[in-house]
Design a protein around this ligand. Sequence first.
Ligand SMILES: Nc1ncnc2c1ncn2[C@@H]1O[C@H](COP(=O)(O)OP(=O)(O)OP(=O)(O)O)[C@@H](O)[C@H]1O
Ligand SMILES: [Mg+2]
Length: 372
Amino acid sequence: MEEIEKIDQIELLRKAFETFNEATVKLQNSYNQLQEEAERLRKEIEKKNVELKEKTELLDAVMMNATSAIIVTDNNNNIILKNNSASRLLESSSKSFQEKLFGIKNPSVLVIEENEKYYNVSLGKFTLSNKNGYIYIIDDITNIKEIEKEQRRNENLKLMGEMAAGIAHDIRNPLGSIEIFATLLRRDLEGDREKENLLNSIIKGVKTINNTISNILLFTKDIRLNKKNVYIADIVDDVILFMKHLMNDKKIVFQNRIGDNDQIYCDIELIKQVVMNIIHNAIDAVPQGGKITIYSEETSTNSSIFIEDNGPGISPNFIDKIFLPFHSKKAKGTGLGLSIVYKIIKAHNGNIYPISKPGQTIFKITLPKEVK
Ligand SMILES: Nc1ncnc2c1ncn2[C@@H]1O[C@H](COP(=O)(O)OP(=O)(O)OP(=O)(O)O)[C@@H](O)[C@H]1O
Ligand SMILES: [Mg+2]
């Protein structure tokens, strides 16, 4: 009997061991799994930390190097954070500018002006668990303001131009009649030197006004070209007929070295206006008895006209402004002549540039030949 009990106990013990062993294996497995999980989590945190560091660095770099000035303040206007642009702005700006800036407390976008500079300020609020405050983003918009001003100026100029074009048309008709009558009268009075001279002055005056009007009209309207191959000599002859009186007054020596067969592919009326404006300037520039020369040159692709005078030359600091409208050094100049010259030459896909030194100015006009 005792023997049987012993055997049962051993069996129970064996079973208990077996169960214990099984539990140990399970525990070991679970422990291993837990360890693997812990390792995976550690690696994930490490990766997240690297990502966070990279993102923080990127955010810092973006913030510090942004062209906009960024300033973060607490509720008492203490600066908590600012970027490089903000440091520069705060160093260079006045106290009153900063008072104005930090006086803005309602989220909005506004413009502050200081020392002819304009700043766009956009304000935002932030709230964190332990602090809140303001974010100021400030942009220098002086350039945009300048462009806006320029646009307004151009609109005004355009309106003025349209008005001037209307007036110019009205003046031109009676002017034409005056010129015709004066020319007829001069014919009748041939022989009476004094009266002939008076009429010459009238005709000269009328021609000058006419030329100014042509310039104003060309300035305001779009250029349409009617291009043909024309003889340069025809252009020059017409212009000289028009300018003869002005040249005679100053006893100018005019040398026309254009060959009879030299041609140029252009709108003849517009290039006459170009040559006229340049010769007009040359007449103004040369002294009494001065010299003006015109000649041409040809390559396989281009034709060029040169107009040279022995006036004082154009000063180096003014030469790059001469083609801009309303840049004149003359008491009675409108400063339109060369801007129209430029407009016409560019419409022809051509080029014009001055070559000038004391005692000499040459304007070189180059137009492309007809492509056949
Ligand atoms: N041949 C030249 N020699 C010296 N200066 C010149 C010559 N041509 C032009 N300039 C300078 O360039 C300026 C601009 O010329 P532009 O023809 O555009 O205007 P303007 O002659 O003053 O006036 P406008 O032609 O409208 O009557 C002139 O005022 C003058 O100072
Ligand atoms: Mg001129």
